[in-house]
Design a protein around this ligand. Structure first.
Ligand code: SF4
Length: 205
């Protein structure tokens, strides 16, 4: 459905402004705020979660609740970056009511924004946070997705872009025994970030 599209020279701000006026699926009727994503539009690394939660919906910012706090800790402690150095977004830009799973038609309607964001940023590394994000991104890049527990922490490289999936940080809050393993996955992410920025396009989109 999305293969074959090519959009170049589009700014993150242009995409954000379009998201802030979007009515492409019914979620605009129940959201408090749109959550387009935030961070460095020249970042070499982009984190992609599932959808805004309650706190994100209220603030219009991604990953600002308890799970976001853990994500920020990992970015600072393990990647040794500031949160503002990376770009953080979700596959859906509006909160599904009661934090239910995204519906296929919502993913279909919203993910062109994500693809345009990735095209604009041209990250060297894409980190999928959780199964919904990983399922979508892996499919776009033509990578098998047998389940988040099977693929987590394993890097793939497609057309010069590295794609890695890890658990959603909310999963670590529910299962703190996974925290040590989570840090190991972030160390793998750190190893993927190279000194020289690559300028590869997502050519096949
Ligand atoms: S979830 Fe995405 S497609 Fe649906 S209204 Fe919000 S921005 Fe538009």
């Amino acid at each position: 459905m999305l293969h074959g599209r090519r959009i170049v020279n589009e700014s993150i701000e242009t995409i954000r402004d379009e998201i802030l006026a979007c009515k492409k699926c019914p979620l605009w009727e129940t959201n408090n705020k749109y959550v387009p994503g935030e961070g460095n539009s020249h970042s070499r690394i982009v984190f992609v979660g599932e959808a805004p939660g309650r706190e994100e919906d209220l603030q219009g910012r991604p990953f600002v609740g308890a799970a976001g706090k853990l994500l920020t800790q990992m970015i600072e402690k393990v990647l040794r970056l500031e949160r503002r150095d990376v770009f953080i977004t979700n596959i859906l830009k509006c909160r599904p009511p009661d934090n239910r799973d995204p519906l296929p038609e919502e993913i279909e309607a919203c993910t062109p924004y994500l693809l345009r964001q990735l095209e604009a940023i041209k990250p060297e590394v894409i980190v999928c946070l959780g199964r919904h994000s990983a399922s979508f991104i892996f499919d776009i890049f033509g990578i098998d997705f047998p389940g988040i527990s099977r693929v987590k922490g394993v890097a793939n490289e497609v057309n010069g872009t590295k794609i890695i999936a890890i658990y959603h940080p909310a999963a670590i809050l529910y299962r703190p025994q996974l925290r040590e393993d989570y840090e190991k996955d972030f160390k793998k992410i750190a190893s993927l970030i190279k000194k020289n920025r690559k300028t590869t396009l997502l050519d096949f989109l």
